[in-house]
Write a protein that binds this ligand. Structure first.
Ligand SMILES: NC(=O)c1ccc[n+]([C@@H]2O[C@H](COP(=O)([O-])OP(=O)(O)OC[C@H]3O[C@@H](n4cnc5c(N)ncnc54)[C@H](O)[C@@H]3O)[C@@H](O)[C@H]2O)c1
Length: 377
């Protein structure tokens, strides 16, 4: 069978674009990136030259009927406008997280995709990686019995992160949106939808003065726009209860914990922000043991969500990194902040169909095996 790839353009040629462009031009056959665009002309021409694609204005990309998909790698604040324009021009969109900044905008984009009969897929796509897919294998084969509860803890030092990337101090960019989403998307893919969330939050040191002499904002006062410590309890529709601890005021760069407790075992997941982080299984009366990977995509495979969506379009089936799941995770995080503000439990309004695990195997072993991409077909 010859593959007719989905022709795509990348919007946003910043930090994350290199791994996307590397993977999409070298690893995946279902997508062909033909063009790129950025507000910043230098970044656009640099990436265009490096990856042998065409630098184009956004308007020309929208007007080009041969470009079927937009891969949106802009900053979260631009997501709404870029996705909206692309959907309105009948293009499929795969966007970096999160879908938007405001909850209502996220919902509007989902409605727009449905109205225009095009796909909208949203990262994180790390849940398609070897690490979380292996965790899914453990759950699917009941190796921990019935999942009962979950602990999520993520600490980061935003005195450092927030000073390098100022958007992390802004609304919609705080740690639950920027990094917590990897944990909540992983859990969504493994456990399905949540029903309710309840949270407490605090904002520490709302005004801070940047100490970095190498940045234009050196010495200026930066506002932290939202709570930077959040604790929450989530109830999932399958009865699992989850405790969440997000602290971006930590003294350490990063520390994380993600564990699912079941009737017959404990599953300790790796870092859901990575593709190949080890997974451990603990059975009664024995020590936790690293579980062999059952799935491929153990290297940095960012772009796999876009490639899987392209295969889904080609094969006319729903994609795994769906807009419904992305919007649900987005609503869950907004629900935490709403619960903090109101003092009430927030009942989720959205739901989604849990994505199927990728087929087992297809672990990259060079010449001698099927390529990892074969798992997406
Ligand atoms: N950097 C990372 O490690 C990382 C990891 C995973 C996901 N992400 C996500 O990827 C996205 C991009 O992050 P980044 O770190 O590459 O940011 P970045 O600031 O390095 O790059 C974003 C680029 O988008 C361009 N841009 C913004 N709005 C635009 C618009 N309307 N039209 C054209 N270009 C526009 C900017 O000029 C910039 O070059 C974000 O959603 C982020 O959450 C980043």
């Amino acid at each position: 069978m010859t593959i007719t790839p989905i022709q795509a353009a990348v919007i946003g040629c910043g930090s994350i674009s290199d791994i996307y462009l590397t993977n999409l031009t070298q690893k995946f056959k279902a997508v062909k990136v033909v063009a790129c665009n950025d507000h910043n002309q230098n970044k656009m021409t640099e990436k265009a030259e490096k990856y042998h694609i065409k630098p184009m204005s956004f308007d020309d990309i929208l007007a080009d009927s041969t470009i079927q998909m937009i891969i949106n790698l802009t900053n979260p604040k631009s997501h709404y406008e870029v996705i909206k324009a692309a959907l309105e021009h009948g293009k499929h969109v795969f966007s970096e997280k999160m879908i938007a900044v405001d909850l209502a905008d996220g919902q509007a984009l989902c409605n727009l995709a449905t109205e225009h009969h095009v796909r909208l897929g949203v990262a994180p796509d790390t849940f398609l990686g070897g690490s979380i897919q292996t965790a899914g294998y453990i759950l699917k084969n009941h190796l921990i019995g019935t999942p009962q509860s979950v602990v999520v803890s993520l600490e980061r030092n935003f005195n450092i992160f927030g000073d390098i990337f100022p958007h992390l101090n802004q609304k919609g960019g705080t740690m639950p949106f920027d990094t917590g989403c990897y944990y909540l998307q992983a859990l969504a893919s493994l456990l399905g939808p949540a029903t309710r969330v309840s949270a407490f939050g605090k904002r520490y040191r709302a005004d801070r003065v940047s100490p970095r002499v190498d940045k234009p904002w050196f010495g200026k006062t930066v506002q932290v726009e939202d709570d930077n410590i959040l604790t929450a309890i989530i109830e999932y529709a399958n009865g699992v209860l989850c405790t969440v601890h997000f602290n971006s005021e930590s003294i350490i760069n990063e520390r994380k914990h993600l564990e699912i407790y079941g009737s017959d075992g404990i599953l300790t997941l790796g870092d859901p922000n990575e593709f190949g982080s080890p997974v451990y299984l603990e059975k009664p009366m024995s020590e936790a043991t690293q579980f062999p990977f059952t799935h491929g995509f153990q290297q940095n495979s960012r772009g796999v969500g876009a490639a899987e969506m392209a295969w889904s379009i080609i094969k006319n089936r729903p994609q795994r990194a769906s807009m419904e799941m992305a919007y649900h995770v987005f609503e869950l995080i907004h629900g935490m902040y709403k619960s903090v503000q109101t003092g009430n439990t927030y009942a989720l309004k959205s739901t989604f169909n849990q994505p199927e695990l990728l087929p087992e195997g297809f672990i990259d072993n060079g010449f001698w095996g099927p390529t990892e991409e074969s798992a997406l077909v």
